[in-house]
Write a protein that binds this ligand. Structure first.
Ligand code: AMP
Ligand code: ZN
Length: 150
C-alpha cells in the first residue's frame, strides 16, 4: 500500500481530532466538514474500497456510526445539569463513497457521519430518471443472478 493518510492517523503519525477508538475502528473529525460535527469512521485494517473491506469491519464501522449519530442527536445535559456542549443534530446522514466516480477521494474506506440541522444547506441532489421508465423487474433479475457470483 502506498502512503495512506487514514492509516497514518490510525498509527498516530498524522494529526486528527479523534472521537472514538476501539480494537477495530477509529472515528475522527473531518478536516473539511460539510456541517459542524462531521465525522469519519474508519476500519483500522486498510481497505481501499468496499471490494476489499472485510464485511465484519463494514458492520463495525456502521455500528460506530450509529452510536456517533445517537451522540450527535442526544440533547442531554452535562454533570452540572447544563445543556451539553458540542455539535448538535436534528438528523444525520450516513454516507460512503466507493470509487472515484462516486466521489471517493481517500482510498481507505470511511463512513461519513454528517449531522443535519434545518437549513444547513447540505444535501445530495439526485434526479430521478424520467426519460424512460427503467424495467425494474429486469434490473432486479439481472442483479439477483449476479449476487450468486460475488
Ligand atoms: P471521500 O470524498 O468520501 O473520499 O471523503 C474524504 C474525506 O476525508 C473528505 O471529507 C476530507 O475532508 C476528509 N479528509 C481528508 N484528509 C483528512 C485528514 N487528514 N483528516 C481528516 N479528514 C480528512
Ligand atoms: Zn489506509
Amino acid at each position: 500500500m502506498s502512503h495512506c493518510i487514514f492509516c497514518a492517523i490510525i498509527a498516530r503519525e498524522a494529526e486528527a481530532s479523534i472521537v472514538y477508538e476501539d480494537e477495530h475502528t477509529v472515528a475522527f473529525m473531518d478536516i473539511r466538514p460539510f456541517t459542524p460535527g462531521h465525522l469519519l469512521v474508519v476500519p483500522k485494517r486498510h481497505a481501499a474500497g468496499l471490494s476489499q473491506l472485510d464485511p465484519q469491519d463494514g458492520g463495525r464501522i456502521f455500528a460506530v456510526g450509529q452510536r456517533l449519530a445517537a451522540a450527535l442527536r442526544d440533547s442531554g445535559t452535562d454533570a452540572a445539569g447544563m445543556p451539553a456542549d458540542g455539535p448538535r443534530a436534528d438528523g444525520v446522514n450516513l454516507f460512503l463513497a466507493d470509487g472515484a466516480v462516486a466521489g471517493q477521494e481517500v482510498f481507505h474506506v470511511h463512513l461519513h457521519v454528517i449531522p443535519r440541522t434545518t437549513g444547513d444547506g447540505f444535501g445530495l441532489r439526485g434526479r430521478p430518471v424520467t426519460a424512460r421508465r427503467p424495467d425494474l423487474d429486469y434490473l432486479a433479475g439481472a442483479l439477483r443472478r449476479r449476487l450468486d457470483s460475488v
